[in-house]
Design a protein around this ligand. Sequence first.
Ligand code: BES
Ligand code: MN
Ligand code: ZN
Length: 487
Amino acid sequence: MQIEFRNSPDADMPRIVARIVNHENMPADLPRAVKEGAEATRFKGKPGQVFDGFAEMDGKLVRMALAGGGKTDKEGRHAALERAGAALTAKYLTSGETAMAIDAGASGLDAEETAAVLTGARLRAWRWDEYRTKLRDEQKRTLAKIVVIGAPDGTQAQWEDAQAVATGVEFTRELVAEPANIIYPESFVERCQKRFEGTGAELVVLDDADMEKLGMGALLGVGLGSERPSRILAIKWMGGNDGDAPVAFVGKGVTFDTGGISLKPGPGMEDMKWDMGGAGAVAGAMLALTLRKAKANVIGVCGLVENMPDGKAMRPGDVITSMSGQTIEVLNTDAEGRLVLCDALTWVQKEFKPARIVDLATLTGAMLVALGHEHAGVFSNDDDLANELLHAGTASGDKLWRFPLAPEYDKLLDSPIADMKNIGGRYAGSITAAQFLQRFIENDTPWAHLDVAGMVWADKPGATWDKGATGYGVRLLDRFIRDTMKG
Ligand code: BES
Ligand code: MN
Ligand code: ZN
């Protein structure tokens, strides 16, 4: 999407002129057809609402659009404005119109708010048409340009910053949308190496032999059935003070999850191409932080493995030794995400001594049962960290809901033959998965686990995404770093 800034309306304006209207705050200066039309269709300025009507202005026919900006005093204001921008692009994306103007001045938006509208507009326009060679004309995207009118001073700088984040979200979506024959551990790493070239981030890659030496029996165990070698990718962005301990983000990157020998049923298995959504979010968030030169030290680690059934694959009942030295009885090879994460968590703690750790994973189907597609679950050993993440969730629109951890849940993982089993009982499946990860956190380092199973993929369009990969997590982590590290 091309974005152009102009001080005031001029002769060469797009036919569509849009305004953001706050909740129950209809502007007085609208043409009568638009004002009364909006009232007649119950347009109130709620987030996501759009109205458009035609009006004659200065002898020209304009298509005037109103998008709801919600209430101005709400904590989710930024998210509501993104949604307004998104609702506008969703409406005109394939409409035949090639450009749209947004009147920021008449909408009374400040620089940051204008950038939020543009972020939403750009993100909602993203699609992955790489493999579609036969799109009909009316399916093709036509909207290619947004002209911003009367934006306040400072908007372009805010937009530079916001564009970095949008680029990060789009990179995550690309990684998630790609099928598993294209994105597997090695190609995930290559895609990142290409994308981060020249950005100033440092990439560290561990291959099977490196991981063998480090004793990562859990992560490597998951990859045993696959023809594709496993990888760990660390993306380092040291934009903060020298010597400050970094924050670590750790993502589950199972590039395809068949379940292994504990094979999943056929219907719906194709969804498991996005079982790397946690790692995808980490890569996209690191790209956002790197492009906007965040003043913070952050390490993003992706644990990359393919989970396949094979003669060489792990069997249910096998006992494996993790890098931490703790042994695991693998009772279900489909509970593989925690096996990948536990070694990635141990490695990041040994290697980088992070001050705080946040992991993201499409870890359990039980999370979808609990929260559906509206919130990701957050599990944490630290109330401050949990609250900061919850707040970043509300502000960014990547929403979270907290779940408990407790010794009674932890006990469900005790094994008669090893230090732990990789599954709990029938109930509280998302919590026992989190308890498993907590066993790998050393010295009570503040840690939070985000189970994003319901969030990385959408079967229908949402606030700022079309159906498909949502890019969930990037704006959450970006907001978290801005708010907690002044970065
Ligand atoms: N990747 C899945 C979880 C998942 C399922 C994510 C559906 C998104 C949609 C994970 O590896 C898995 O298979 N988990 C098992 C754990 C069980 C065996 C304890 C599950 O949730 O069924
Ligand atoms: Mn699985
Ligand atoms: Zn999985």
